[in-house]
Design a protein around this ligand. Sequence first.
Ligand code: NAD
Length: 295
Amino acid sequence: NLPTVGFIGLGNMGSGMTRNLQKAGFPLVVTDLRPESAAELIAGGALWAESPAQVAALSDLVITMLPTPRHVEAVLHGADGILAGIRDGGTWIDMSTSVPEPAERVRRDFAERGLRILDAPVSGMSIGAATGMLQIFVGGDAADVARLRPVFEAMGDPERILHVGAAGAGYAVKLMINQLWFSHLVATAEVLAIGVKAGVDLGVLRESLVASPANSNFVQNDVLSILDHGDYDEGFAIALACKDLGLSIDLARSVGVPAELSAVVEQIYRRAKAQYGDLAGEMTPVKLYEDVAGV
Ligand code: NAD
């Protein structure tokens, strides 16, 4: 008797995540601004809901997988929002890359309703969502995390579902992961462009970096996927990467940590977004350097 999972946001990530929940046997109630995104799920037995409120009313727990904090706010409030449908004591898990404020406001303004609220952002790209091998970083009460583990295991790699702290910690961990990832990308693209312009063969330069203490997952795996397959990861739009960088910098500012490097990386990302468009892949900043290096 598995709980019914409500799911809002069937995009690059949510589509794969819901398919895996369905495969694991969880009854689903879903909605999205784009009804066509649910066709396959409905064919597999999922119920379509007309609004987030209806999703919440028909489910034992509600998951959101939405682009930005603004979208999360929008599906919470109002006549059609989650809060209008969710039962007292119900569970809401936000898996978006977002910030704690919307959840904190719900906890404060609706304290008497006893809602269980967790943040559980993910890594692993749209391919990880499709294959059910996401990494999941959960903030919330230990008892809730334990209770919801089967739900997370349907979407993620059981070895890499981490309870990272109290409510809000998952959001912070996820932003730091992306900040470091984007910084790796820019740092790698920059040194490759300089080396190539200095006359070193690109393949030789990359092999040398892999053999050196400066090796990283980005140098080892992702540079190759870009070079061999021209894959800039269109499953994650650069507009969302820019959103994440902005949220990281806001977080750094709010806790009083200087974030000069993050600010530079953000500028480079914004330049790539302006040049290649909002929907270009998150690794498109590499192209800025390829243009300079002439590769
Ligand atoms: P996406 O833009 O592909 O999908 C978002 C979905 O939400 C869309 O289908 C959209 O129609 C829907 N939506 C927006 N507003 C809505 C509303 N008011 N009601 C109902 N549905 C609404 O985004 P994505 O790539 O799936 O990313 C989702 C979240 O996951 C983001 O926070 C992103 O930063 C994060 N994330 C993405 C990846 C990735 O590789 N794509 C990896 C890790 C984390």
